[in-house]
Ligand binder design. Structure first.
Ligand SMILES: [Mn+2]
Length: 335
């Protein structure tokens, strides 16, 4: 892949973000609602690195956290802030740095915290540039890759703690080095992390072989609802009603259930639709195998993401989402 050669390095936002962080005394790190391994790993790497530079740092998170990330160094430092009143009462920080978040509303209550400059650090092509400084590097495989380039700019060397956090970001955002964003650069970058002496296999086990009996019951629920589209055999998905989810119990994390439909031979587009408990909206996770794309569908319903991995929140019932979102996905395949 010649991506890094074709695109001139975007040095300006890196320099601007580094300068803002050098000038700051207090920094708040945050990530998006329902944070994943990239948002949490990238944010924790920043927390450790900025503390090493003598900054006073907090990590505020707009949702509760999945416990599979509890092994990450600094995990207990992450403070869930889920209501605006709590956020408003926090002391102001000079800089807020948001990791892996494509738009302001996905920062939830944290946006209400008093602050100076807002740095928007991300790698999603659909990022709407909501920050005062927009460090949106769409060439980066994960937000952790953006963080590592920023740390180089700040003169922070890699160590095991940083490498553990950053390795988690790449495992998560490349789907364990399986997605189309996995390039020669990905492996070179990851090799630098492994050079610090981290045990990659152990981290992989902690990220993968940690299913509880409840997680497996949720997986069974998904398998029971797996369906190939009646009109388009290359499209398959799982649609879960509020009642079906309530019968098993909401998991901490839906993990990679959306990859189940995509794992069918011949599948090109997979989806997971989850109705909210009140039946008022449906969370849609969309995946495609190249050259097919799902980000246009997510964007059509006010969401976003990457070309082959995107999501949106559909306002309506599961039946409405099954009609409207699935019809759009079908159209993606038929042109
Ligand atoms: Mn990401």
């Amino acid at each position: 892949m010649a991506l890094h050669l074709d695109n001139p390095p975007m040095s300006e936002p890196y320099a601007a973000a580094a300068q803002a962080l050098r000038d700051a005394t207090t920094v708040t790190v945050t990530t998006h609602l329902n944070p994943d391994g990239d948002g949490i790993g990238a944010g924790l790497a920043l927390l450790h690195a900025l503390e090493g530079l003598g900054k006073r740092v907090r990590f505020l998170c707009p949702s509760r956290l999945a416990s599979i990330y509890a092994f990450l160094p600094g995990f207990t430092r992450i403070e869930p802030v889920t209501d605006e009143a709590t956020a408003k009462a926090l002391p102001a920080s000079d800089v807020v740095i948001s990791c892996d978040c494509g738009d302001r509303k996905r920062l939830g209550a944290v946006m209400a915290a008093p602050r100076g400059l807002l740095i928007n650090l991300d790698h999603h092509a659909t990022n709407d540039r909501f920050g005062d400084i927009n460090l949106v590097d769409v060439v980066a495989e994960s937000s952790g890759v953006v963080v590592s380039t920023l740390l180089r700019e700040l003169g922070v060397p890699l160590d095991r703690v940083l490498a553990t956090c950053l390795y988690t970001t790449i495992v998560f955002d490349t789907g364990r080095f399986m997605h189309s964003n996995t390039t020669a650069h990905t492996f070179r970058w990851t090799a630098e992390l492994l050079d610090t002496g981290i045990d990659a296999a152990e981290i992989n086990r902690k990220l993968t072989y940690t299913r509880t009996p409840h997680d497996l019951a949720v997986l069974r629920l998904g398998l029971e609802h797996l369906a190939v589209d009646a009109l388009e055999p290359r499209l398959a998905g799982i649609a879960l009603s509020a009642a079906a989810i309530a019968a098993v119990g909401e998991p901490e994390d839906w993990g990679d259930m959306v990859d189940v439909p995509r794992s069918l031979a011949g599948n090109c587009v997979g989806y997971l639709l989850r109705e909210s408990a009140d039946g008022k909206f449906v969370r849609c996770s969309l995946r495609a195998n190249p050259p097919w794309e799902v980000s246009p569908v997510a964007e059509a319903f006010g969401g976003g993401g990457h070309k082959q991995a995107a999501g949106c929140t559909f306002p309506g019932s599961l039946a409405d989402a099954q009609r409207d979102v699935v019809a759009r996905l079908r159209k993606q395949l038929t042109g």
